[in-house]
Design a protein around this ligand. Structure first.
Ligand SMILES: Cc1ncc(COP(=O)(O)O)c(C=O)c1O
Length: 469
């Protein structure tokens, strides 16, 4: 249907290039225009209400309204709307936030607390910054060959030039001439699809750690700088690694003096049932990257948290060059920093960790109880308040649908019709990552809507397969 002239939809089609959207299809389909939000719900420009099953982009942790965060931003804007951190300039919001992050950060690989926080504006920028820090540090330490980076197929780390090289998803590489040399991808730790027949989770984990070991040895340990991982993969399809995976991977990295960078952009701030995904998964990173729930996504801000060894490398380098020649105009911007501080205070005051400990298991249990036996559902996975539901063409063989059937996108559309905004990823996986404040009753309401959409999709697919015979 052509949107009325001068509507937001028509003006959108005429003026906006959308991220992660098929630009040609968008000219026909047009946008979904979201006008306002409240709690776990958003409302479109026609007033239709939706439950946001993914908190926007896995990020609106406190939902879609919060007066305290509005006040924190307004107060800071009145006091100091902008200042920067270049050439040693500083301000209280940045320092307060750095302290709060260091107090909360997990222990580093050396068993000691993290040392410093660097600020950027997005997860991608933070990952790019971390890559540059590692290269810089290794040059400063007289190890100029130690630069290669290992990430994982289906990992998602963002889309800026270097972060997109870390990302292991074809859509972020095709036509972009990426990844650049020096970035390697190892297997996805997904037992459901990638384990050998009869292979236990532990044996699968051993095999994957061996793959990393073999790659490092083949490339030469003196050339491999870091390994990048989300504790639980998000955009790649919510993939929880097999038991003992990170324990075994960390042993390999230690052996070869390769840094572990934990990308906590989704997992950070209680998403997996602990303050950090690293804690849920037993990771002691050298560098931790966070964003999204850091400010409840009310304003853009991200952080790279580094340990003392990395910091000392940067100290060496910057004293030889005369400056650490990296940073953004908005690094540590006082307004998002003030919002992030308020966000972290709210998490503490409402005991968001305790809340997720109650509601997360409910989400996991309800997903399994309602959908595990559904004919379209192959696997349900997740931990805390993050989950994936994979739709398959054949349950027994774990065979996915032909992408041409567009099962995931159709489910998203049906979800909208039934009042739930869904995110479908590669292999028709629905990701669930609702605002952390969601209640059990809202989880049930969300899943009722998902259930109605899924049943409608089942009927459609059945009709199509009958028609095809
Ligand atoms: C794990 C992870 N890392 C990095 C990013 C990139 O963050 P941004 O979109 O803010 O650049 C994302 C975004 O979804 C993410 O999920």
């Amino acid at each position: 249907m052509t949107p009325p002239r001068n509507s937001t939809a028509a003006r959108d089609i005429a003026s906006v290039l959308h991220p992660f959207t098929d630009a040609k299809a968008h000219q026909v389909n047009g946008p979904v225009v979201i006008s306002r939000g409240k709690g776990v719900r958003v409302f479109d420009d026609q007033g239709k209400e939706y439950i946001e099953s993914v908190a926007g982009l896995w990020c609106a942790s406190l939902g879609f309204d919060n007066e305290r965060l509005v006040q924190a931003a307004a107060t800071q804007m009145r006091k100091l709307p902008f200042y920067h951190a270049f050439a040693g300039k500083s301000h209280d919001p940045m320092v307060d936030l750095a302290e709060m992050l260091l107090e909360r950060a997990p222990l580093s690989s050396n068993g000691l607390p993290m040392s410093k926080a660097f600020f950027a504006n997005s997860g991608s920028e933070a990952n790019d910054s971390a890559i540059k820090m590692i290269w810089y540090m290794n040059n400063a330490m007289g190890r100029p060959a130690k630069k290669k980076i290992i990430a994982r197929l289906k990992g998602y780390h963002g889309i800026t030039l270097a972060a997109a090289c870390l990302t292991g998803l074809p859509a972020n590489h095709k036509l972009f001439d990426l990844p650049l040399p020096g970035f390697h991808h190892v297997s996805t730790p997904h037992h459901y699809h990638n384990a050998l027949p009869g292979e236990t989770e532990e044996a699968f984990a051993t095999r994957l750690a061996q793959e990393i070991d073999d790659l490092i040895v083949k490339e030469g340990p003196e050339t491999v700088a870091a390994f990048w991982a989300e504790p639980v993969m998000g955009a790649g399809g919510v993939i929880v690694p097999p038991a003992t995976y990170f324990e075994k991977v960390q042993a390999v990295l230690k052996k070869h003096d390769v840094l572990f960078v934990a990308d906590e952009v989704i997992c950070g701030f209680h998403r997996t049932g602990n303050p950090w995904g690293s804690q849920t998964m037993g990771i002691q990173p050298d560098i931790l990257v966070c964003a999204k729930a850091l400010s409840a996504s009310f304003l853009p801000i991200s952080a790279v948290i580094i340990n003392e060894a990395v910091y000392q490398g940067i100290v060496e380098g910057s004293s030889s060059v005369g400056t650490f020649g990296h940073g953004f105009t908005y690094s540590g911007h006082p307004v998002p920093a003030a919002v992030a501080i308020e966000t972290l205070k709210i998490y503490d005051e409402i005991n968001i960790g305790g809340h997720v400990a109650e509601v997360g298991p409910h989400l996991q249990q309800q997903l399994r109880a309602r959908f595990a036996n559904h004919p379209l559902v192959g696997e349900i996975r997740g931990v805390g308040l993050i989950a994936g539901l994979e739709m398959v063409a054949d349950k027994a063989s774990h065979t996915n649908f032909d992408p041409a059937q567009k099962v995931g996108p159709r489910m998203m559309k049906l979800g909208e019709q039934h009042g739930v905004i869904l995110r479908a990823m590669t292999n028709d996986v629905l990701g669930f990552s609702p605002p952390l404040i969601i209640t059990k009753a809202e989880v049930d309401e969300m899943l009722d809507r998902v259930s109605r959409a899924l049943d409608e999709l089942t009927v459609q697919l059945r009709r199509e397969s009958i028609a095809a015979v």
